[in-house]
Write a protein that binds this ligand. Structure first.
Ligand SMILES: Nc1ncnc2c1ncn2[C@@H]1O[C@H](COP(=O)(O)OP(=O)(O)OP(=O)(O)O)[C@@H](O)[C@H]1O
Length: 537
């Protein structure tokens, strides 16, 4: 019984405004119990085929059916398909910040429907995942972060995740490339589920090592330049590829061997040549001295124009050094008699910054999630970015005035002001962090049938958490300074004293307030850089 049916499959990519034909009229079927190796030279279309079979890419044309699910153009398959179909990625697709065990547990996300499963996995699942890791020789690495595992260990974790998922059709993109012969054999035998003649599982494996293909496959497909050249006996297929490699084959000398259902190559471009980018209009200028000279003159002109526009004058600074000395001398020595008042208000400033920053983090996280291009839909992105821009555009002091008008004087309006102002910045930092994460673990989570919320919890959040904590600590430090200004409009904190002392020309007292502030900012800076180092280590 066929579990995979592919007919006249074509797939093309858009690259640099050009079309790259990666698959050109592929047709084949795979029955339950078969172990099929896909072999071929680099760029032949093997990974592209796996992506279509696993539903990560939809076919440009042709028909593809896997485990009874039909792949539709421009539509992702239903999550339920991943009860039947699973994939081990060429790059493993592990979440680097999760342990080996957590990565394996992700294999059964499709079956975890409760909200509690976002926090912890059921005990039975944990036992099963642990047993799989032990079987694959990883008992010592169960709780090790996957980013700290060797390539071969990561590959075995990815295999254990697929085994935990336990689908009927297993798609494996170079599943044993980093394994020694012992673990390669163990893994393939375990994946196949015992005797190849009795197992109902179908294995489709991309393989570069022809010895492995001969050893483990019951059938071989040879792909070349997006076409299926051969489908049959492993030894014969491997010999054909060896011959191609020794000849340094081209499309021309292979045209007679093209599978009968492959469309004519006439009018089609070779995938590699089609992808050559068009030259930019300035390409010919790079490297020419005159070009760099003109560029530098233009940049210098831009700076001169800007400096003239803002009345920038170095002589005005150095010509009035005595004024600066006079100003500073009025601050010295600082008047520490005000330490008690200043210390109390400084504590209030820190409390305001702590609560304001925490609230800002809570408010901005969902907005940032909606704003991130890689995980959110376009209309949400536009709306969320607009909100964050608005929050950032209004200076903290205006937010302070606004909330003093609503809730009266004191630190409370200051906290609200910091929350709104900092949410605008944190939201931007967070969504930029989310956009910079590795997309491959998210794709892997898609192929275990994870919901968008599960993908966020297990794929996005662990990756972005160290960055987010770093930004939040930076914002806390910044907010201590911002909170010191809010006192000017009666919104609490040390700013009240700072403003009063300066207004009364009591610069020595203002100097005490500034020294206290400096001490707190320095302490926060030291603490946050230690924490950041621990998180990223
Ligand atoms: N995302 C993409 N965008 C544009 N072109 C792509 C993309 N992915 C693959 N291609 C192109 O499609 C063709 C087939 O690539 P594919 O990765 O499927 O080959 P492969 O046989 O798996 O190669 P390898 O053995 O090196 O992994 C190549 O020309 C490649 O450059």
């Amino acid at each position: 019984m066929s579990v995979i049916r592919v007919e006249h499959l074509h797939l093309s990519y858009e690259r640099d405004a050009q079309r790259v034909e990666a698959l050109r009229g592929i047709s084949f079927e795979v029955d339950a119990g078969e172990r099929v190796a896909i072999i071929g030279r680099s760029g032949g279309g093997k990974s592209s085929l796996m992506r279509v079979l696993s539903g990560l890419l939809s076919p440009s044309s042709g028909s593809v059916e896997v485990a009874g699910f039909r792949m539709e153009a421009d539509r992702l398959p239903p999550r339920a398909m991943y009860e039947q179909v699973g994939l081990v990625f060429q790059n493993y697709g592990l979440v680097p910040q999760l342990s080996a065990l957590q990565n394996v547990l992700c294999g059964r996300l499709l079956h975890q429907r409760s909200a509690a499963s976002l926090l912890h996995f059921p005990g039975e699942d944990r036992d099963q995942a642990r047993a799989l890791l032990e079987e694959l020789g990883l008992e010592e690495r169960i709780h090790t972060r996957s980013s700290r595992l060797s390539g071969g260990e990561q590959q075995r974790v990815a295999i254990a995740r697929l085994l935990h998922q336990n689908p009927r059709v297993m798609l494996l993109d170079e599943p044993i490339a980093s394994l020694d012969v012992h673990w390669a054999r163990q893994s393939i035998e375990r994946l196949a589920g015992g005797d190849a003649t009795t197992s109902e599982r179908a294995l489709v494996m991309v393989m570069h090592d022809l010895n492995m293909a001969r050893q483990f496959a019951t059938r071989v497909l040879v792909m070349h330049h997006g076409r299926l050249l051969f489908d049959g006996d492993p030894d014969q297929g491997c010999r054909l590829l060896e011959e191609l490699e020794s000849r340094g084959a081209t499309d021309g000398n292979l045209s007679t061997e093209v599978a009968p259902d492959a469309p004519s190559a006439a009018g089609e471009q070779d995938a590699s040549s089609a992808a050559t980018p068009a030259p930019l209009p300035i390409d010919g200028l790079w490297g020419k001295t005159s070009f760099y000279l003109v560029l530098m003159l233009l940049i210098a002109g831009l700076y001169i124009w800007s400096a003239m526009g803002v009345d920038f004058s170095v002589t005005r600074i150095f010509g009035n050094v005595d004024h600066a000395a006079n100003f500073l001398s009025r601050m010295l020595p600082p008047d520490f008699s005000v330490s008690k008042n200043v210390g109390k208000s400084l504590l209030e400033t820190v409390q305001m910054a702590l609560i304001g920053t925490t609230l800002a983090a809570i408010v901005s996280l969902p907005i940032a999630t909606l704003a991130a291009r890689n995980i959110s839909a376009r209309p949400f992105q536009v709306g969320a970015r607009l909100i964050l821009n608005l929050l950032r555009t209004i200076p903290s002091i205006i937010w302070g005035l606004f909330f003093v008008a609503i809730v009266g004087l004191g630190p409370f309006p200051g906290i609200l002001a910091l929350t709104f102002y900092a949410a605008g910045y944190l939201g931007k930092f967070y969504y930029e962090g989310i956009e910079s994460i590795d997309p491959r673990p998210l794709q892997a989570l898609r192929t275990v049938g994870a919901t968008p919320l599960q993908r966020f919890r297990f794929g996005v959040f662990p990756q972005v958490l160290p960055l987010m904590l770093g930004y939040t600590l930076y914002m806390l430090e910044y907010n201590v300074r911002a909170a010191s200004i809010l006192g000017v409009v009666g919104a609490g904190g040390i700013g009240f004293y700072l403003y009063t002392y300066i207004n009364n020309f009591q610069y020595d007292r203002a100097a005490t307030a500034l020294l206290f502030l400096l001490a707190v900012v320095t302490l926060l800076d030291a603490a946050s850089s230690r924490l950041r180092a621990r998180l990223s280590g």
